[in-house]
Design a protein around this ligand. Structure first.
Ligand SMILES: NC(=O)c1ccc[n+]([C@@H]2O[C@H](COP(=O)([O-])OP(=O)(O)OC[C@H]3O[C@@H](n4cnc5c(N)ncnc54)[C@H](O)[C@@H]3O)[C@@H](O)[C@H]2O)c1
Ligand SMILES: [Zn+2]
Ligand SMILES: [Zn+2]
Length: 370
């Protein structure tokens, strides 16, 4: 039977997404058909719309989603019809150079197929009404009523977890919490600075709290975001538009030396520069944000010296099959906040307004409810 469904399609950068009826491909191999119940609007989707991140078009964006398994392909394992799942955007082959070195985020098939915006086995999973193949962002394309993913990408989570909260775990929360727990080496009592308090940064604040940081300095340009950061566990707020964030790092770091660990989640050259100025000698900087890949970012050379470790990290070292259920459980047990990340629940038809609000900095996450 042919499945048609509604999806938000981007035809050209800098133009509104169009809601269209598209046709799903047939399930093969370990494909899984997921009925999407909720999908978050992440900054990365916005970067594709704005043209800073380049992908082939027409494309369905959306890579932070949760839903219900509706049908499974003949070789799909680990998921069954009716399971509630959070979707991962990092499928990996498990046996290439980087998979063997425990870096699924650099999996060679993932890196080869990802920029083509096709499925992991190189196919297209949907087509437009006029028959043209439709691309899907980050092996997902979740701004539609359905998505076909590889079984490995559909992580089963407890049914008590609401979909709108659950979807956030699929990107922003995993990235921020995971950066603090899986990537950074935060010691008990450390001073951690988090630059940028959107969904990723607020999650990094929570991750720092879960890792046992003693002082968490939140930096943003927006006082409302900083107030939220405090609710998520920040102990010091710094508005970088008014206050000297480097001085704040020195004041709150051990004996005036600067922060032990800095997590950058603003995605701006100013944030990257601040990160290396604010960290103490021998400390660690983790960059989560990104800017246009063709942009040069300049640093004061002296700020890079003194045995600082700098790492750019994607997806918080995610091992989705391990981490998504742990994060879901942490929410259900009251240790991880997700409710406060949702600024708006919107319909698919209102998705362009949702992105306009994200661009204006008015929302942490708008979540499309299906
Ligand atoms: N590494 C990954 O895997 C990954 C995953 C998702 C998103 N991201 C990136 O992480 C970044 C944050 O994503 P988000 O969805 O939270 O975005 P967002 O736009 O919701 O949040 C960014 C925050 O940074 C603040 N900010 C901007 N410039 C600043 C500055 N100079 N100093 C301090 N604060 C500043 C903004 O006010 C905002 O609160 C983006 O660059 C995004 O592309 C990375
Ligand atoms: Zn994202
Ligand atoms: Zn691989």
């Amino acid at each position: 039977m042919t499945l048609t469904y509604r999806a938000a399609v981007l035809h050209t950068p800098k133009t509104p997404l169009k809601i269209e009826t598209v046709t799903a491909a047939e399930l093969r191999h370990d494909d899984v058909l997921v009925r999407i119940k909720a999908a978050g609007l992440c900054h990365t989707d916005l970067e594709v719309i704005e043209g800073g991140l380049r992908y082939p078009m027409p494309i369905v964006l959306g890579h932070e989603a949760a839903g219900i398994v509706e049908e499974v392909g003949p070789e799909a394992q680990g998921v069954s019809v009716g399971d509630h799942v959070i979707l991962s955007w990092n499928p990996h082959c498990g046996h290439c150079f980087y998979c063997d070195r425990d870096l699924p985020i650099l999996c060679e098939t993932y890196l080869t197929e990802g920029p083509k915006a096709v499925s992991f086995d190189g196919r297209h999973h949907a087509r437009l009404g006029d028959g043209r193949d439709l691309k899907q962002l980050m092996f997902l394309g979740a701004f539609g009523e359905y998505a076909i993913v590889k079984a490995e990408q559909a992580i089963v989570v407890p049914k008590e977890l609401p979909f709108d909260r659950g979807c956030l775990i699929g990107c922003g929360v995993m990235t921020g919490v995971g950066a603090a727990l899986n990537i950074a080496r935060i010691a008990h009592g450390d001073t951690v600075m988090v630059i940028g308090c959107g969904a990723v940064g607020l999650s990094a604040v929570q991750g720092a709290r879960l890792a046992g940081a003693g002082t968490i300095v939140a930096v943003d340009l927006d006082d409302k975001k900083l107030a939220l950061a405090e609710a998520f566990g920040a102990t010091v707020r710094v508005n970088a538009g008014r206050d000297d964030a480097v001085a704040a790092a020195q004041r709150h770091g051990a004996s005036g030396r600067g922060a032990d660990v800095v997590l950058e989640a603003a995605g701006s050259p100013a944030g990257f520069r601040l990160s290396v100025e604010a960290v103490r000698p021998g400390g660690e900087v983790i960059w989560l944000g990104k800017t246009d890949v063709e942009t040069d970012v300049a640093f004061r050379w002296g700020a890079l010296m003194a045995e600082k470790r700098i790492r750019r990290s994607s997806y918080g070292g995610a091992r989705p099959a391990r981490d998504f259920p742990l994060l879901a459980r942490a929410y259900l047990d009251g240790r991880l906040k997700l409710d406060e990340l949702i600024s708006r629940r919107i319909a698919l038809d209102d998705i362009n307004d949702g992105f306009a609000a994200l661009k204006r900095g008015e929302t942490i996450r708008s979540v499309v409810m299906f």
